[in-house]
Write a protein that binds this ligand. Structure first.
Ligand SMILES: Cc1ncc(COP(=O)(O)O)c(C=O)c1O
Length: 397
């Protein structure tokens, strides 16, 4: 048998499938005919190997409490070795029903109410939510846009840590929405400052498999002292479009940090996870390689398509250089359109549901995030809609 689901141009109607991206426009205050390119999942079928394994498991018909043993771990470790040159140990693994859940558990395990937690905005908005929802304070070392790419102000990074008595840093690596894949030097520099001030690093690496330029480095792979001061959040959910399988693999090499994290997960009442997530993970990491490679090629072409379209048709809109993720960050500030007006134009004139930059932090105002993990015809339609809406808006295209 070979991989069957390699036609990424195929339009699959997701309406009426309990799909957050397509079925909840009205509920979320969007026009009903809006074209959605917001939430970070794909409009592609996952690997046929995963589909088949799930079908086999469903056909058995019993969905009692489920758990996995060493073979599961070996499959996960093999993926990490082959793709990231990283060899985690089995005892480091704590499985959780999602990465955001793990971020929340880390906030609860390693800080107290009232403490400040460091992030780097503009950043995936649940980073600030898991902090404030747990009655902690958000402190941002805002990323700095230079020459169309984002970089870190290390002086500000350290100052914010000292001034706010930071004990926990939520790192997004690769970074959503700026598309940065952090270099070893950048990671080391952040890691050293964190070690100097006893700041634990939670490295959210859910986008680790989407790298188009540069190379992803697992934070724990920087060396033992870094390894002992971090937790690594991974999941097959972005890579294989399995978000609703609710499974993530969190690695915590330091036993003390692991104990605290586990205690928090236990106190939240989580023990076993869904068997479907476990089956999907094993199938993805053991049989999904061909699908993964083909999907990456398609996304790379989509990114090229957006870049060419924007350069040719939207001279005052900039596509920020993207090294990783499938989320394009578009800078509309040169158009002179206010962030509020921009949102209105995108939603009500272009009839597009994107992620407005402001939800990623104040420094995201004037930007929009667009998810390119969709058939090229949908992407083309979305970009044409932006172009036409701007042409008709009396602003600088
Ligand atoms: C950086 C980052 N972390 C976590 C998530 C979501 O993870 P989960 O669905 O496992 O909670 C996303 C989804 O877009 C993301 O971009």
């Amino acid at each position: 048998m070979s991989e069957r689901n390699l036609d990424f141009d195929k339009i699959i109607d997701r309406h009426g499938t309990r799909c957050l991206k397509y079925d909840f426009a009205k509920r979320r205050g969007m026009p009903e005919d809006v074209l959605p390119l917001w939430v970070a999942d794909m409009d592609f079928e996952t690997s046929s190997y995963i589909q088949d394994e799930l079908k086999n498991r469903i056909n058995q018909g019993i969905f009692g409490y489920s758990e996995v043993q060493t073979p599961y771990f070996e499959i996960v470790r093999n993926w990490m070795e082959v793709h990231h040159n990283w060899t985690p140990e089995e005892r480091w693994l704590v499985k959780t029903p999602g990465v955001v859940f793990a971020l929340a558990m880390a906030v609860r395990a390693y800080t107290e109410a009232g403490d400040s937690v460091l992030i780097q905005q503009p950043v995936y908005y649940p980073f600030s939510e898991v902090i404030s929802d747990n009655d902690r304070e958000v402190v941002s070392n805002d990323l700095v846009l230079k020459n169309n790419t984002y970089c870190i102000d290390f002086e500000d990074f350290e100052n914010k840590i000292v001034k706010n008595n930071i004990k926990l840093f939520l790192l997004c690596s690769p970074h959503n929405p700026t598309g940065r894949v952090w270099t070893v030097e950048e990671l080391r520099k952040m890691g050293d400052i964190c070690l100097k001030h006893n700041v634990i690093v939670v490295s959210d690496e859910i986008h680790q498999d989407f790298v188009f330029h540069g190379k992803h480095t697992v934070f724990a792979n920087l060396g033992e002292k870094y390894e002992q001061n971090c937790i690594i959040c991974t999941s097959p959910s972005k890579t294989f479009n399995l978000a609703s399988m609710l499974i993530s693999n969190i690695f915590i090499p330091n036993p003390e940090l692991r104990h605290k994290f586990r205690k928090e997960v236990n106190s939240a009442g989580i023990s076993q996870l869904s068997v479907l997530g476990l089956v999907a993970t094993e199938a993805a990491y053991s049989k999904g390689e061909e699908w993964y490679r083909a999907m990456m090629t398609y996304i790379r072409q989509n990114l090229e398509f957006v870049r060419n379209f924007v350069n040719k048709n939207l001279p005052n809109v900039k596509m920020i250089d993207l090294e990783g993720t499938y989320l394009v960050w578009l800078d509309f500030r040169k158009t002179g359109i206010s962030p509020e007006k921009l949102d209105e134009i995108i939603v009500h004139r272009a009839k597009l549901w994107l992620d407005s930059g402001k939800i990623f932090g104040k420094c995201g105002e004037g930007f929009q995030r667009i998810n390119v993990a969709c058939p090229r015809s949908i992407l083309k339609e979305a970009l044409e809609r932006i172009k036409n809406a701007l042409i008709n808006s009396d602003y600088n295209l």
